[in-house]
Design a protein around this ligand. Structure first.
Ligand code: HEC
Length: 312
């Protein structure tokens, strides 16, 4: 009996190990990497990177590429300053970590574990080593999620970005910005290749289905400096109350530019998608000082939010 049990244990361990002896690829749309900053001692903000890619090799080597130009601080000019002064136009940063795959491979679907990772962040020539305790959950046969169990703190001095942070303070006229940055991550990996096709579990997406209103509300923060949703509440831009089905440039009491007023566009999900992805290209000469949303998901989530908040 004991022997049989042992045989079963070994057999299932082999099956589990085989399942993980694969390359896993990061699912960027369901992953999230963010860091926090505190300015003037009191104002906390979360910044994140939308451009992530990466994989885990069968022996547990994790390599993640972070597109630094995808930094999202919710203010465009600040994104540009971060890219230029803090990241020094370095393009990508890489995060390498080593995992004990044996621990991960013993997980069956629905099980979780805490796993220690030795990680190394390379950013614009600087290398920062750190340990992180990661929370790993097996979501399905073909997907795992790995997230930070606690915050990981990275010092701006170690990352050699202090000069850039000084520059940000000077440009934004701030008395202080924190020099230690808490980082959190949620990374979802899907198994590559044939085995994944055989088991064919649907790839897990975290609330990234078309039109996520909650995510859209966050995207709207980029608009809310200039647009309100309440009727007739015009500010820098016109109120977006009842925008669906409305003809462009017609809200009473707002002075539009001629190109917008004469565009003849009727606003619906499709025309808004085109316009918000490229406002200047869609209506040349319009006066909306906004470069457009780069991420398609952001656009569809935003539209879902607007539809829920102000149906036409
Ligand atoms: C910096 C201010 C600013 C930001 C940020 C901004 N807009 Fe605008 N928006 C304007 C202005 C100004 C106009 C009117 C432009 C004109 O008359 O040429 C406008 C026009 C529009 C219109 C046309 C309205 C109508 O009545 O036809 C829509 C729709 C719109 N914006 C949506 C958005 C959304 C959604 C966002 C966020 C993703 C956004 N805007 C971000 C200033 C802004």
């Amino acid at each position: 009996m004991k022997l049989l049990l042992k045989a079963v244990t070994i057999a299932s361990a082999i099956v589990a190990t085989q399942a993980l002896a694969e390359t896993w690829t990061l699912a960027p749309e369901s992953s999230h990497l963010a860091y926090g900053t505190i300015k003037k001692d009191t104002v906390g903000e979360v910044n994140s990177f939308t451009g992530l890619s990466g994989h885990v090799t069968p022996d547990g080597q994790v390599e993640i590429q972070i597109d630094l130009s995808s930094v999202e601080t919710n203010i465009d000019i600040r994104n540009e300053r971060m890219i230029e002064h803090v990241f020094r136009k370095a393009g990508t940063a890489s995060l390498k970590a080593k995992f004990d795959m044996a621990e991960v491979s013993s997980l069956s679907v629905g099980e979780t574990a805490l796993v220690d990772a030795d990680a190394m962040l390379s950013l614009a020539g600087a290398e920062v080593a750190f340990d992180a305790e990661m929370f790993v959950a097996r979501l399905s046969d073909t997907s795992v999620t790995v997230s930070t169990n606690d915050m990981v703190f990275i010092s701006t001095e170690d990352a050699a970005v202090n000069t850039g942070v000084d520059k940000l303070m000077e440009l934004a006229n701030l008395p202080s910005i924190t020099r230690t940055v808490p980082v959190t991550a949620r990374l979802i990996f899907n198994m590559d290749g044939e085995q994944a096709a055989v088991t064919s579990a649907a790839p897990i997406a975290v609330a990234a289905v078309a039109g996520d209103t909650k995510a859209g509300k966050k995207v709207f923060r980029k608009c809310s400096a200039c647009h309100k949703l309440a009727e007739n509440r015009h500010s820098v831009g016109p109120s977006l109350h009842g925008i669906f089905g409305a003809t462009a440039g017609q809200a009473a009491g707002f002075r539009y530019s001629s190109p917008l007023k004469e565009s003849g566009i009727v606003w619906n999900a499709e025309t808004l998608t085109t316009f918000l992805s490229d406002p200047r290209g869609t209506i040349p000469g319009n006066r909306m000082q906004f470069p457009g949303l780069r991420n398609e998901k952001d656009v569809s989530n935003l539209i879902a939010y607007l539809q829920a908040e102000t149906p036409g």
